[in-house]
Design a binder for this molecule. Sequence first.
Ligand code: FAD
Length: 415
Amino acid sequence: MQMQTESAEILIVGAGPAGAVAAALLRRQGRQVLVIEREQFPRFSIGESLLPQSMQYLEEAGMLRAVVEAGFQYKNGAAFMRDGVYTAFDFRDKYSAGWGTTYQVQRADFDHLLAQEAQRQGAEIRFRHEVLDIELGQPGGRSRVTVRDPDGQQYQVDAGFILDASGFGRILPRLLDLETPSNFPVRGAIFTHVADGIGSDAGFDRNKIRVTVHPQHCNVWFWTIPFAGGRCSQGVVAETAFLDRYQGTPTERLQAIIAEEPSLSALLKNATWDTPARQITGYSANVDRLWGEGYALLGNAGEFLDPVFSSGVTIAVRSASLAAAALKRQFAGETVDWQADYGVPLRRGVDTFRAFVESWYKGGFQTIIFHAKQQPEIRRMISAILAGYAWDQGNPYVKETARRLAALEAACELA
Ligand SMILES: Cc1cc2nc3c(=O)[nH]c(=O)nc-3n(C[C@H](O)[C@H](O)[C@H](O)COP(=O)(O)OP(=O)(O)OC[C@H]3O[C@@H](n4cnc5c(N)ncnc54)[C@H](O)[C@@H]3O)c2cc1C
């Protein structure tokens, strides 16, 4: 039997932050957008601490007001704790211009809100529809997309351009064999939400994410992400071999690892563990290209580095903005060089974060931020990158990230 076929100017796979922001930006250009999302929203997702740089793209997409009014936990920085030593970056004090504050969000609510904002601007989102296959290279550079609806029926969409925002679903990288191994060891995270019971006398700054380093293993770390309403997201990240040493349910294993860190144990002593913990492993992924004839990969469907600097959503919405700008020119009849206009500029910021992540796990970044004497101007440059301004070529630590971090680490060790 012939499958039913319809047509779309632009088809977006996935309605996470990358897909929703791209859909809204394209609607603002007057394009017809069809978003296929396999889950029913609201749905759980990890990745709850935003960076101020992402606010620029939410604003561009006409979503800022809804996000500001939603009542999420205000965030103005990142704090780090190691062996009882505390250091905090205030993102309002940073080298690059732009937003200095943002939010920490329950992603079920946040992603639902962004999707509703995209719909409000005219994007059609089909929830519980799943993209099964994409055949690129059809006549006119179009693609044939096979979708399964909630009743299990399949249909096809003839699409002019595909934005793959399928996150860890990574549909096009898998279909086109674009995946390349990540050069990071396989790490995992165990995490949950708790009623944190942290009293106002605990010296805990709810306006900042707290990253706590394991006392014996500098490559094992915990996140504590406060939400509005007395709740926190609590997680641990380590190589899978480390996580595998702990027995029991994910909640018991998370609690056992937290028990090894005195400051975090004290902070969470009154917590109510009311939500079973989950584990996710092997999330880091690379691709050998971020675009091709008739498609571009957005957000996690392209690359995912590591959660330590909370860069995922920022990269996702930045990629949406860059792709929408390139498509605007393409639809205006200009020739777009996707490598120069999308692949290279997106990777620039990703590579800045990559150098920070590498330095974090080798211990160099920790030597720098926990050093007793720090130059305020250098701290402001680092603060800007931690706030997500990883694309600001005016910041020396963006321009020459690895070399500068190595030199700074050496200077700290000498001092
Ligand atoms: C442990 C951990 C902690 C993290 N912490 C942070 C953090 O604090 N801050 C931060 O910014 N980032 C964080 N991240 C990263 C963050 O989760 C992601 O970068 C972000 O969600 C990427 O958004 P996205 O829109 O690309 O993909 P997603 O948000 O994953 O959305 C993809 C959507 O595509 C849909 N989909 C998938 N396949 C199909 C298909 N075949 N058909 C239809 N729909 C499909 C999915 O259902 C999903 O809704 C963390 C990641 C991990 C692993």
